[in-house]
Every structure is written in structure tokens, then in C-alpha cells.
Design a protein around this ligand. Structure first.
Ligand code: ADE
Length: 243
């Protein structure tokens, strides 16, 4: 899976995505992260990439020429129909389902905006999706693109060491994760639930499922309301919450 990122701050992306799981995946060629410096494509003698907005107003706007030339450069080695994602608080809110769908693509091109945004003509001519990582304003799209790449990469086969560790996790079946414990069995008077020490796999599985149900009801009532539960599961949660 290839990620091509048009940015004014390639070093920010290189540094962050070169460590940990994503860094390892990159060096093992399971994914390929390629930041492209928009400034390198500026035809201005001072390598200028932005200018004042027509009509006045605060801030600067990124000009079309350097971005379009950076895009044309990327296009020389990617397929014509590769999706172009523009990171913006005006975009569709990013979620796990979108990550799963993007993980099926061979390559993705990202555009990180800065200042007051990018010239609208760029968005009209090359952007296929506008995505936001949440209802807050960042100084640029770089942190947002890193969130997306982290999330998509871990779904690429081979990136996570333990192949099933993303099967049973938060949001799988619309439930949040059950509590996890490790050694010691008792720490400062706090004990690990008995059932986890029992070695009885069916009971452990049932307990974990119940914990996921209760936690979803308490911590994420918005997700809980979307579940279709059996009558007995629903009764179980009601009873547990009354305790
Ligand atoms: N750029 C600035 N803020 C952003 C956000 N919340 N999501 C994606 N891109 C952004």
C-alpha cells in the first residue's frame, strides 16, 4: 500500500511515521510512505507557495501551481484513478469503516493544507474526497494525515505482528473492548477477575463479551443504541446497570 503525501512539512511526516509499528512496516516494504514537498515544485524564484486571498481577509491561501505540479509529478508513477484526499475540518468525519475501505486501495494521495486553506480550483480539479479527523481546527493537515495513515496501515495484512489482534477490538461488532489484565494477579490489593485465571475458555469468552456489552452501554451509549441485541443480552445489561 502506497501513501503519497503532498505537504509543506515533509520532515514532520518522515519523523513521526518512521518509528514504531508504522516505521517497521515502512522499512519492511509492507507500506510505502512518500512525502512530496510542495515547495519543491514552486516556479517562484523565492519558492513562494502562498498569497493573499482575493477579496481580502485574514491569512494566506496556498496557490494552485505548486500543488498541481506536485500532483502531476505523483501521477507519473501512480494509476490515474488513485483517490486524492484533502484533509480539512470541512470534510466527512473519518471513522473505522472508512479506514477499512481505504485499506483496500493500492495507493492513496493526500493533500495537506496550511494557512487559510488551498485555492478552491485545486479542490475542484483533483480532490476526490475531503476528510476531517474531528470537529476541531488544526494548524495544518499533517497531523490529520498521520492519524489516517496510522489507522489504515494497521489494517494492511502483515503490519500488525499478531494477525488476529485487530479482530477482537474496539468497534468490532460495534462494541468497545473488554478490560485487559496481565501479571501480577494481585497488585496493591487489586485482583484480576477470577474467571480470567480459570483457564475455562468458554467462560472467559462469555465474560469478555458481557464486559464489552456493559462498557459500551456505560462509556459509549451512542454506540450501544445502535446495537441489535438478543433479549437475554439486553436483560443482562439492564440488570448489570441496576447494580
Ligand atoms: N486540517 C485542520 N484541521 C483539520 C481537521 N480537524 N481534520 C483534518 N484536517 C484538518
Amino acid at each position: 500500500m502506497k501513501f503519497h503525501i503532498m505537504t509543506l512539512f515533509p520532515e514532520m511526516i518522515e519523523q513521526t511515521l518512521s518509528s514504531s509499528i508504522i516505521g517497521n512496516a515502512n522499512s519492511q516494504d509492507l507500506i510505502h510512505i512518500q512525502p512530496v514537498n510542495i515547495r519543491d515544485f514552486s516556479k517562484n524564484k523565492h519558492k513562494k507557495v502562498d498569497d493573499y486571498p482575493y477579496g481580502g481577509g485574514a491569512g494566506m491561501v496556498m496557490q494552485p501551481q505548486p500543488i498541481m505540479d506536485a500532483y502531476r509529478h505523483i501521477q507519473t508513477y501512480t494509476k490515474k484513478n488513485t483517490k486524492v484526499i484533502y484533509l480539512t475540518p470541512q470534510g466527512k468525519p473519518f471513522n473505522q469503516e472508512m479506514a477499512e475501505s481505504f485499506a483496500k486501495e493500492e495507493a492513496l494521495i493526500f493533500l495537506c493544507g496550511h494557512y487559510e486553506g488551498v485555492d478552491e480550483r485545486v479542490i475542484e480539479s483533483i480532490v476526490t474526497e475531503e476528510i476531517s479527523i474531528g470537529d476541531y481546527i488544526l494548524t495544518g493537515g499533517e497531523l490529520a494525515v498521520m492519524v489516517m495513515i496510522d489507522c489504515i496501515s494497521r489494517l494492511v495484512p502483515g503490519v500488525l505482528g499478531n494477525s488476529d489482534s485487530h479482530d477482537i477490538e474496539t468497534f468490532d461488532q460495534g462494541l468497545i473492548e473488554y478490560p485487559q489484565y496481565t501479571r501480577p494477579a494481585e497488585y496493591e490489593g487489586q485482583v484480576v477477575p477470577e474467571v480470567l485465571l480459570s483457564g475455562h475458555h468458554l467462560n472467559i469468552e462469555r465474560w469478555r463479551y458481557e464486559q464489552s456489552l456493559i462498557r459500551t452501554a456505560i462509556k459509549r451509549p451512542d454506540l450501544y443504541d445502535k446495537l441489535t441485541l438478543t433479549v437475554s443480552d439486553e436483560a443482562f445489561v439492564k440488570k448489570s446497570l441496576q447494580k
